[in-house]
Each structure stands twice: as structure tokens, then as C-alpha cells.
Design a protein around this ligand. Structure first.
Ligand code: ADP
Length: 647
């Protein structure tokens, strides 16, 4: 067996340690919650492994967490008889940071410190676990023995950049964490963690629902008393030591919601999510009958930093009769609700249900559906009752929730929850239902425009006819909206239409007929010129036609109903999916003087070279106003310059 070795902390771990020690001013007591939570995880893991490894013999010992102190030596010890760690595991787990977002965390902290921002909230957000010990300790010793092995390991660090690992001694499996406490400093929020009542209070507050007993060693020194209860003079005081269970251990999700306070729910939420803030919504769910389960769900108040990372792990904790089966069961939650945290407990599932079985189990599918429905209903209620609160939620999670419309099973449930910017209000977003309520007579479709920002789409020539008619247009300006738009086919039996696609027919039937006739007549009158322009632009454009959507601008580009939008084309390209290059349609404003001017040139000399320049300039202009790149910016610039010289 190897002797004692000294290691250097990975740099980000050291950074975190320094942060723990120097920047956390309030809630210093959370380190105890973190240690108890680690111990509870270790007990969960042992219980889980014992399902398939009977030699671990759990029935011989109660699984428990014990907290004790030594006021003279100023130590605090948290001990569990859980799964423990091997030497390698101790080096790996306690010398590096398990969380993938550490670098991100370090970056954010540096930023926050520069801006004199709130580093404490960041610590909560990232859940730093074991390292929080150094808030209260200037030295930490861990002795651990992996279940099923005979050898123990001793890990020790003074938080100064190094840690030592050597052989240790331990009677049974599990882990003992001993903190060598700093001096108490109540003025700076550091309580005396050798005091029984402090520990009792902190354990009760943060760890009441931990499902294993958290026992506190309680020492009582009393003078012996006589039969009347009077102290016997001169007799030596006696000391009794007892282990007292401090937490209620009651699974919070199994309790009647009426008997649980919002604070208790919030503490539980923080425990499972490592969040610092109370949840935005708490939802409890109980299914009875042939298949029973309970669930407790939380919508967070803010988005975790890694919500949009590809490897973001999501899911609900799955328990079978209070035994944790899986920590992040993504089988229980659709991906577009991946920000939701919570617990599902069902006595009817099998304890040793495997991953494949979970995916195939129809009951799991049922839970998922019910859970999703319940969350959607809750959000709809917030949307109905408190628009500002809902807007706050939408700002944080709307981009994720929106993905739900691509999930055909839930699309109809999600659509009413969507919020979009719109031409109807300069700031506030609108729901589809509100849009429909505002639709005037003669308007048969819900119109939208996609693009990069409100500022960009607001000026689009595509909107001109709609603005002139007083029709509202939704602004779909999130990158993902390009994809969402493809799935938003109808709402409340109204079709959703892009203002940039197809022919535009606005107004009553009569108005539409008249407009169409006028456009046809003009199209015929200019047919030959349009053909000439089309011939010049054939490489880029599939048709040149007169527009019914332009009232001010001279020109714009549109697609056919079934075409991809240019934004979606760019999105696909960026994601490496080669989209077939599509030609679009160039529309000219029949009322614009430019058309008459070109017609004049054309009538005088069909081969006039200026028409070629005009065609390219019109096309270039149309690309520029919609924010698309020019195919040949140099040639465009030259043509503009030529035109200016001639003018
Ligand atoms: P987290 O618990 O969030 O993963 P921590 O820094 O608290 O991060 O702990 C790092 C790792 O160390 C844990 O994931 C676990 O593998 C191990 N560990 C910590 N405490 C214990 C313990 N009491 N028993 C067994 N393993 C532990």
C-alpha cells in the first residue's frame, strides 16, 4: 500500500477554496448542510449498491449520519456509514471539482468581483459542496473506507493549495469528516459550531427532510441528586453521553401539502437543486388508484448558467418507497421542461429497475405526461393571474419552454404559454390568445415575421402593407423562433403565416379581389420588363413580380409558402446541416416611381445597360434591408458609385 503522498489542488479548486474562506459573509452555516447532504448521498449510494451486491449486508447496521464536537480540541465531526471512497476516489473527488461548470464559475466570480457584485449568490448557484468546509475550518481531515474493502484512507488539507493522502483507520465502511474549526466570530456570521443548540438549529433548518437519522452527540453533566431531587453535596458530577436524532426524516413530498410551510419547501428545493434562492413555483402532485405515486416539483426562480449547454443534465429524482433509485431521471421530464427540479416517489415501481426498463415502462411514461401537464397548468395559471410575474418567468425560461411546440404530444398545451414581441406594443409581449382577441374584421390569419431583433424586423419592408392595414404582426426574434415558426401552424383555428412568404391578401373578400385584379393588370403591363430583370438575376432569383405587400419601399425578397426562411437557412448552415440553396422571389412596389422610371428606359431601349445595373442594385438593396449578406459586395459598391457619378 502506498504511504502518504502530497498533491496540489487543481487550480480552480484552489480558487474556490480561497473564495470560500474570504468572500462568503453570510449563511456560513451552509457547510453543515453540504456535509450532511454528501453523507446522505453516500448512504443512498450504499443502499442502491446493496440491491445488487448482497455481501454489503445492510441489515446489520442502521444507516445514519452522526454529528459530534469536541469543544476543547475545537473540532466538529460529521460521520456516515455510507459507501465511502477508495484512495483513488478520495484523491479524485476531493482534489478536483466534480461540477463541469467550475471554469464558468471561476469566470463569473472574477466578473462579479470586478463589478463588486454578489459572489455569494454565485456560490449558491454553483453548489460547491465539500469545499464549503473551509468556511468554518482551517483544516479538514477525512477518513474514509469504501464499502466492501478493508482499507481506509486519510485525506487532510489546510486549504493552502495542497492536500495529503495516506493510510487511515476506520472500523467499518463510510466516511468521517473532521473540521478543525476556526475561532468563532459571531460579528462576521461565524457561529460557534461546537455549541449543541447551534448545531441542532442548523441541522433542523437545513436537513430536516434527510431520510436518514442525523444524530447529534449530546453530553450532559449533572450533579447526582438524592431521593427528593436535591443535589448531593460533595458527590462527583456524572456525565452522560447520548446520540439524539435531530431531524424528523419525513419525506417532505409524502406529507400533506397543507401541513408544510413555504419555507420548508424552499429548504428542500435548495437541498436538491443547490440553488440559493427560493423556487418560483412549488407544485405537489399525488396520484392514487391502481398506480400510485407522489411528486413534488419546483420551477426555479432563475436559470442555471448551463441550461443551454449540450451536456446539461436534467431530470427528477426518482424514489421507490423513499429509496433513491436515480438522481436525475430524465425519463420523467420532457426536455423542454429541463429547468424543473423535483422528486417522484412511487411504491409501485420495482426497486432494481434499470435504465432500459425505466425508458420502456409505460407507467414512467404516464408519470412524465402527468408531471408535464401539471407544470403547464401551473404556468398557465401564473400567466392568467399575474402577468408581470409570468413575464419574469418567461424572460428566464421562455426559450426552453418554447421548444415544447416541437413536441407533438404537448404542442397544443404549450402554444397558449408562448409570449412574443409584437407590433401592438413597444415593450410588452403578447400571447397568441391576446393577439387573436385583437384581430379585426376581415383578418383571417395570425401574422409573424422572423429576424434577429425587434429593431431589425420592425423596419422590414415586409410589414408595410400590414401596417397600412392596421394588422398586428408578431416579432419572432429569438434564434430558436425560426424553428418554432415551422411548428406554429395554427392557433385557435387560425393559420399562422409569415409576412415574408407567399402572396399577401389582406382585407375583406371584396378588397382582396380588387387588389388582386389591379396587381394582375399592372403585372401584365410590366411583364416584359419584369422578364428582362428576371433574366439578369436568374442566378439568384426564381421570379420577379409586382408586390402587394409594399407601400413605401421599392423592393423586397419573399419566399414561397413552403420555402425555408433565410434565417432558418443560416441557422441550418451554422449547425453544419447543408441546406439546399433556395432561390427567392424579388417583389417590386408597383406604386414606386422607380418602376415607372425603369419602364421608361426599357421602352426607349430594351438593351439599355443601365437595366442590368438596376436589377443588381435592386437585388442588393433587398438583401441589405433584411440583413442578409451581399453575394458580391465589391460589385455592388462599384455599381452604386457609377450611379452616383452619372447622377
Ligand atoms: P458534489 O457532492 O456536489 O458532487 P462535493 O464537492 O460535495 O460535490 O463532493 C465531491 C465528491 O466527493 C462527491 O461527489 C462524492 O463522490 C465524494 N464525497 C463527498 N463526501 C462524501 C462522503 N461523505 N462519502 C462518500 N463520498 C463523498
Amino acid at each position: 500500500m502506498a504511504g502518504t503522498e502530497t498533491f496540489t489542488f487543481k487550480s480552480e479548486a484552489q480558487q474556490l477554496l480561497d473564495l470560500m474562506i474570504h468572500s462568503l459573509y453570510s449563511h456560513k452555516e451552509i457547510f453543515l448542510r453540504e456535509l450532511i447532504s454528501n453523507a446522505s448521498d453516500a448512504l443512498d449510494k450504499l443502499r442502491f449498491e446493496a440491491l445488487t451486491e448482497p455481501s454489503l449486508r445492510l441489515d446489520e447496521q442502521p444507516l445514519q449520519i452522526r454529528v459530534s464536537t469536541d469543544a476543547v480540541a475545537r473540532t466538529l465531526t460529521v460521520e456516515d456509514n455510507g459507501v465511502g471512497m477508495t484512495r483513488e476516489e478520495a484523491i479524485q473527488n476531493l482534489g478536483t471539482i466534480a461540477h463541469s461548470g467550475t471554469r464558468e464559475f471561476a469566470k463569473r466570480v472574477a466578473e462579479a468581483q470586478k463589478a463588486e457584485g454578489d459572489t455569494e449568490r454565485l456560490i449558491g448557484q454553483f453548489g460547491v459542496g465539500f469545499y464549503s468546509s473551509f468556511i468554518a475550518a482551517n483544516e479538514v481531515t477525512v477518513v474514509t473506507r469504501k464499502a466492501g474493502t478493508d482499507e481506509a484512507t486519510r485525506w487532510h488539507s489546510a486549504g493552502d493549495g495542497h492536500f495529503d493522502v495516506g493510510d487511515g483507520e476506520r472500523d467499518g465502511q463510510g466516511t468521517t469528516v473532521t473540521l478543525h474549526l476556526r475561532d468563532a466570530d459571531p460579528d462576521n456570521g461565524l457561529a460557534d459550531f461546537t455549541a449543541e443548540w447551534t448545531l441542532r438549529e442548523v441541522i433542523k433548518r437545513y436537513s430536516d427532510f434527510v431520510q436518514y437519522p442525523v444524530e447529534l452527540r449530546v453530553t450532559r453533566t449533572e450533579a447526582p441528586r438524592d431521593e427528593e431531587g436535591e443535589p448531593i453535596e460533595g458527590a462527583e458530577p456524572t456525565t452522560t453521553v447520548e446520540w439524539k436524532t435531530v431531524n424528523s426524516m419525513k419525506a417532505i413530498w409524502a406529507r400533506d401539502p397543507a401541513s408544510v410551510t413555504a419555507e420548508e419547501y424552499a429548504e428542500f428545493y435548495k437541498h436538491i437543486s443547490h440553488d440559493w434562492e427560493a423556487p418560483f413555483e412549488t407544485i405537489s402532485l399525488k396520484a392514487e388508484g391502481t398506480f400510485e405515486y407522489r411528486s413534488l416539483l419546483f420551477v426555479p426562480s432563475r436559470a442555471p448558467f448551463d441550461l443551454f449547454y449540450r451536456d446539461y443534465k436534467f431530470g427528477l429524482q426518482l424514489y421507490v418507497n423513499r429509496v433513491l433509485i436515480k438522481d436525475r431521471a430524465d425519463e420523467l421530464l420532457p426536455e423542454w421542461l429541463r429547468f424543473v427540479k423535483g422528486v417522484v416517489d412511487s411504491p409501485d415501481l420495482s426497486l432494481n429497475v434499470s435504465r432500459e426498463m425505466l425508458q420502456q415502462d409505460r407507467r414512467v411514461g404516464k408519470i412524465k405526461k402527468k408531471v408535464a401537464k401539471k407544470i403547464v397548468d401551473t404556468l398557465a395559471k401564473v400567466q392568467r393571474e399575474d402577468r408581470d410575474r409570468y413575464a419574469d418567468f418567461w424572460g428566464k425560461f421562455g426559450r426552453v419552454l418554447k421548444e415544447g411546440v416541437t413536441d407533438f404530444e404537448y404542442a397544443d398545451d404549450v402554444k397558449p404559454l408562448l409570449m412574443f414581441l409584437s407590433s401592438a406594443d413597444a415593450e410588452k409581449s403578447t400571447s397568441l390568445a391576446e393577439y387573436v382577441d385583437r384581430m379585426g374584421e376581415g383578418q383571417e390569419a395570425i401574422y409573424f415575421i422572423t429576424g434577429e431583433s425587434r429593431a431589425a424586423v420592425e423596419k422590414s419592408p415586409h410589414l408595410e402593407a400590414f401596417r397600412a392595414k392596421g394588422y398586428e404582426v408578431l416579432y419572432l426574434v429569438d434564434p430558436i423562433d425560426e424553428i418554432i415558426a415551422g411548428h406554429l401552424t395554427t392557433f385557435a383555428e387560425k393559420p399562422l403565416k409569415s409576412v415574408g412568404k407567399g402572396e399577401v391578401e389582406l382585407g375583406t373578400e371584396d378588397e382582396r379581389k380588387k387588389a388582386e385584379e389591379a396587381r394582375k393588370a399592372a403585372q401584365e403591363a410590366h411583364a416584359s420588363l419584369l422578364e428582362r430583370l428576371q433574366g439578369t438575376l436568374d442566378e439568384h432569383i426564381k421570379a420577379v413580380r409586382l408586390s402587394s405587400r409594399l407601400t413605401e419601399s421599392a423592393v423586397c425578397l419573399v419566399g414561397d409558402e413552403a420555402d425555408l426562411s433565410p434565417g432558418l437557412e443560416r441557422l441550418l448552415e451554422a449547425s453544419g446541416q447543408a441546406a439546399p440553396k433556395q432561390k427567392r422571389i424579388l417583389e417590386l412596389n408597383p406604386a414606386h416611381p422607380l418602376l415607372a422610371k425603369m419602364q421608361g428606359i426599357y421602352d426607349a431601349d430594351r438593351e439599355d445597360a443601365r437595366l442590368v445595373d438596376f436589377a443588381h442594385l435592386l437585388y442588393g438593396q433587398a438583401l441589405l434591408v433584411e440583413g442578409s449578406p451581399l453575394p458580391d459586395p465589391v460589385a455592388f459598391g462599384r455599381r452604386v458609385a457609377d450611379l452616383m457619378i452619372k447622377a
